[in-house]
Design a protein around this ligand. Structure first.
Ligand code: IP8
Length: 262
């Protein structure tokens, strides 16, 4: 079974001021995913469908008073509705390409405690998989057990690592808009080199710097999640979804440029 994350930066126009789909990319990526015919879970990011609302309403921040709570209720409603709409469009496109995609809204069966998943009905996901469906999950706004914040945003990255451990994935692929992990920010430093392999022993001081994390869409957060997964014994591969053909190669187990986290 493989788990693949499609970054929100590939599916949407991430810096748009309102939720905006990248229709060409979605069409191409859905076609590439259809090259895989075995058990697969797809998790997609939220891009402009989620981050705009999550930021605006401060979901995951401590709730300061009753009015702030009312504001956050509105925010959770809007965020959930918006990412669910993206998921609907993604599933529709996958179905068009012959993939039996079933949208599974994470907030309906997942909660967090201090922003980390503490409850998830993976049995339900497993059942869909066993029946031949391809479950399609996504970053979402969920209930959090911390009474001071009450709600949290879970990223698709956190979801893939949780599911990979719980459902014993054979392979994990994470795609974003860069080729993988670099020694420095590739968008500002032409001498930055792609790291083919990253382990706990790799010196990642440069990727910790905030600018790079911003430019690469939170690459350091991804690395942290994936190193935890490697500790658990599951390797993962980071690839660039913006490069046509990469997803097709990766899902079919062929060599593709990227960074292996092990
Ligand atoms: O795009 C974020 O998920 P990500 C989810 O995978 C929301 O980081 C709702 C902003």
């Amino acid at each position: 079974m493989i788990i693949i994350k499609i970054g929100g930066s590939a599916l949407t126009v991430k810096d748009a001021d309102k939720p905006t789909l990248d229709e060409d990319n979605l069409e191409r990526i859905a076609g590439e995913l259809s090259a895989y015919n075995d058990d697969m879970i797809i998790v997609h990011g939220a891009g402009s469908y989620g981050h705009i609302y999550a930021k605006k309403y401060g979901i995951g921040d401590v709730i300061s008073n009753v009015n702030d709570h009312l504001y956050k209720l509105e925010g959770v409603c809007r965020t959930q509705a918006s990412v669910q709409l993206l998921n609907y469009m993604v599933c529709e496109k996958l179905q068009e390409k012959g993939i039996p995609a079933i949208g599974m809204k994470p907030s309906a069966y997942m909660t967090t405690n201090n922003k980390r998943i503490d409850m998830c009905d993976t049995g339900l996901i497993r059942k869909y998989l066993d029946n031949g469906f391809v479950p399609v999950l996504y970053g979402d706004a969920v209930l959090d057990n911390n009474d001071y914040m009450k709600y949290a945003i879970i990223s698709g990255d956190q979801i893939i690592t949780y599911l990979a451990e719980d459902l014993h994935a054979d392979r994990v692929i994470l795609s974003s808009d860069v080729d993988g992990i670099y020694t420095d920010n590739p968008k500002t430093n032409p001498d930055a080199e792609l790291l083919e392999v990253v382990t706990r022993d790799t010196d990642l001081k440069t990727t910790e710097n905030e600018n790079q994390a911003d430019v690469t869409g939170g690459m350091y957060g991804k690395i942290r999640e994936l190193l935890d997964l490697a500790d658990y014994g599951i390797e993962s591969l980071i690839i660039n979804a913006d490069k046509p053909g990469n997803i097709r190669l990766a899902v079919s187990g062929q060599k593709v440029k990227g960074t292996l986290i092990k």
